[in-house]
Design a protein. Structure first.
Length: 339
């Protein structure tokens, strides 16, 4: 357990060392024939377990890290048992194929490349081997998608990590990587109003059936790829370059922090942080009593770009169904996923 903790900290330090001094503004479009690596990192829905080991290690040192690692291991085993039935429900769902299809539709947009060259890496190991090949692209956009459930099954998240990498082969043959841009895009469903008895929330997911849960994930894919397309558009780049303040954004009983990008009665997008800490996150809720196959939302159609931010005076063409930020919920502190 201690070895895993030390390895995680070492990897974190290396990732920070690989960052450029500050994010580099990218050309518009990035390149005529932009190399893109799509790294497919999972074959089934993952479980997001809190990093208890690192948290307790930072607070209480080695003893805290050891205790936290034991707690984290127990949480992981429990969550893996609970998610087994949900994974069986999604045996025929092709997350990687659907994400690839959505991304290919977006990468030919104005912010990326007229002729993107997409290389699909079936596993992270394939991506690592490609970096060592003789045909190494010097500058490449790396996209890593992920979908996961929270430990208590109270949340479903689709995530897309985008990184623009500059690679150079040193005299010793090793590859040096510098991250010139890196940003996560996430869309999260939070389940509300479910009974407190054991297994209640598990049964609600199963009640949706394969089609219902698949439709939710499809919508999450559409959302995060819309975020990516908007962020690399002219309007998105201009908006993201302006300082993000820690504004309160109320939605569905939670308070999120950052800048509201899109707000409807059903969902909200929030840009949070600045420089390397910036992210774009979307949130929506699922009422447990309405989680049935018949009530599952259909996936949203793929569009070219997301609406620009209303509060910022930037050139934009908002979509017709956009509205002002939704003012629902009291300021009772940040909720799950809130800022």
């Amino acid at each position: 357990m201690l070895v895993r903790l030390v390895a995680s900290l070492a990897a974190l330090c290396l990732s920070f060392n690989a960052l450029a001094a500050k994010p580099v503004p990218l050309p518009m479009p990035i390149a005529q024939d932009l190399p893109v690596e799509l790294v497919l990192s999972q074959q089934e829905v993952a479980i997001d377990v809190p990093n208890t080991a690192s948290a307790m290690g930072a607070q209480f040192g080695l003893i805290g890290a050891l205790i936290g690692s034991a707690v984290q291991n127990s949480q992981t085993k429990t969550a893996e048992k609970r998610v087994a039935d949900l994974r069986n429900l999604l045996l025929d769902y092709r997350f990687n194929e659907r994400m690839e299809q959505a991304l290919r539709a977006k990468l030919a947009g104005e912010g990326f490349s007229p002729n993107p060259q997409v290389a699909v890496m079936a596993t992270p190991w394939d991506a690592a081997n490609a970096k060592d090949s003789a045909k190494l692209p010097q500058d490449v956009l790396v996209l890593t998608p992920r979908y996961s459930m929270s430990t208590n099954l109270g949340g479903l998240t689709v995530r897309l990590q985008a990184s623009y990498m500059h690679r150079e082969r040193k005299s010793n043959g090793k590859v040096k990587e510098t991250v010139r841009f890196s940003r996560p895009y996430t869309f999260q469903y939070n389940v509300t109003d479910y009974p407190s008895e054991d297994g209640a929330i598990d049964r609600r997911w199963l009640a949706m059936g394969p089609a219902g849960v698949s439709a939710l994930i499809d919508n999450g894919i559409a959302q995060v790829t819309d975020m990516l397309a908007y962020d690399f558009s002219a309007a998105g780049r201009a908006e993201s370059a302006t300082k993000v303040k820690n504004d309160k954004i109320p939605f569905a009983g939670n308070i999120y922090r950052g800048r509201s990008l899109r707000a409807t009665p059903d969902q909200v997008w929030v840009r949070s942080g600045n420089s390397w800490m910036q992210s774009v996150n979307g949130y929506t809720t699922l009422n447990a009593g309405k989680m049935t196959a018949a009530a599952a939302p259909a996936p949203q159609p793929v569009v070219e770009a997301a609406p620009a931010v209303a509060p910022v005076a930037m050139p934009a063409a908002p979509a017709a169904n956009d509205a002002a930020p939704v003012a629902t919920g009291a300021d009772a502190g940040a909720g799950a996923g809130g800022r």
